[in-house]
Design a protein around this ligand. Structure first.
Ligand SMILES: N[C@@H](CCC(=O)N[C@@H](CS)C(=O)NCC(=O)O)C(=O)O
Length: 282
């Protein structure tokens, strides 16, 4: 299933899913990216929907494009671009759109983005009974077990399986738990709160209007990723992890045209979306 935006023929393709936090981070970065360094630096990808809830990410044709079989992915075959991680895609955009990483805040932005992406989103997004990672791994194994799966396709599926296994192992090695991931989230958002506070001296009145480094700086890559993280925590019923000033900062962005243009007003979590759909049918 493919959905395209109205950009002119672009050499770039962005594979995404609107219920994927990392896809949303890239999509929102694209919406607030500002002006490119030059016309040749412009990145306005054709956006292609991948249904990661029916297994489209583990089809042979998608794995040919993207060996990990995840979203997002930014590809531009004619430019030799193949970026298969949201942080790499964001760096690529930052190199081309200077307002995403203003020099004065570069170090802060880079180190906080790194910290944000260390957080296990799966742990705070899904309940153990959702069996999100296990479900994906089982589906991959099922395809591998089918007699008509070619040796080449089986090999590609094994790479995807190994990637998931490695992630699970890292989680166990780090001794992570829901409580520790919640603590990581709080620690991260506390730093955002401090930045907001240093900009506005703790006053409440302007925070709804502004960006982390202030209106004169405008949206940076840190804003783009943090706003999406806030949206996900809200959808995952984890509002208690968000400091009040950070919530006041985030909420208006989640009502903006840029955000609603991406989500169409849907939640960021597929499980929540399904629940809403079910309720509407009753
Ligand atoms: N580190 C990657 C994570 C990508 C990732 O795990 N994407 C998830 C959605 S948020 C996905 O594609 N899940 C489907 C699957 O693993 O099969 C990034 O930042 O892009």
């Amino acid at each position: 299933m493919a959905q395209t935006n109205d950009s002119k023929a672009s050499p770039y393709e962005l594979y995404y899913n609107p219920f994927s936090i990392c896809s949303l981070m890239v999509l929102y970065t694209l919406r607030v990216k500002g002006e490119p360094k030059s016309a040749a630096d412009a990145v306005d990808p054709e956006e292609r929907f991948i249904d990661i809830y029916t297994g489209e990410q583990m089809t042979e044709s998608y794995l040919e494009k993207h060996p990990k079989g995840t979203v997002p992915a930014l590809l531009a075959p004619s430019l030799g671009v193949k970026l298969i991680d949201s942080t790499d895609i964001t760096k690529y955009l930052c190199d081309r759109y200077p307002s995403l990483v203003p020099a004065a805040h570069k170090q802060t932005i880079e180190s906080l983005l790194e910290e944000l992406h260390e957080i296990s989103y799966v742990t705070i997004s899904f309940k153990p009974e959702d069996r999100r990672t296990e479900g994906v791994m089982e589906a991959v194994r099922e395809i591998m077990a089918q007699p008509d799966t070619s040796p080449r396709y089986r090999e590609m599926l094994q790479v995807k399986l190994d990637g998931h296994q490695k992630r699970l192992q890292t989680f166990q090695d780090k001794n992570q738990s829901v409580a520790s991931v919640e603590a990581d989230s709080r620690r991260y958002l506390e730093k955002i709160s401090q930045l907001l506070c240093s900009k506005h001296g703790g006053g409440q009145e302007h925070q709804e209007q502004t960006w982390i480094f202030g209106d004169e700086v405008g949206p940076t890559a840190l804003d783009a990723h943090t706003v999406v993280f806030i949206a996900r925590l809200l959808d995952a019923e984890r509002a208690h992890l968000i400091p009040e000033d950070v919530l006041r900062y985030g909420k208006p962005k989640l009502e903006s045209d840029a955000w609603l243009g991406i989500t169409k007003g849907n939640p960021t979590l597929h499980t929540l979306w399904e629940k809403h759909q079910g309720q509407q049918k009753k």
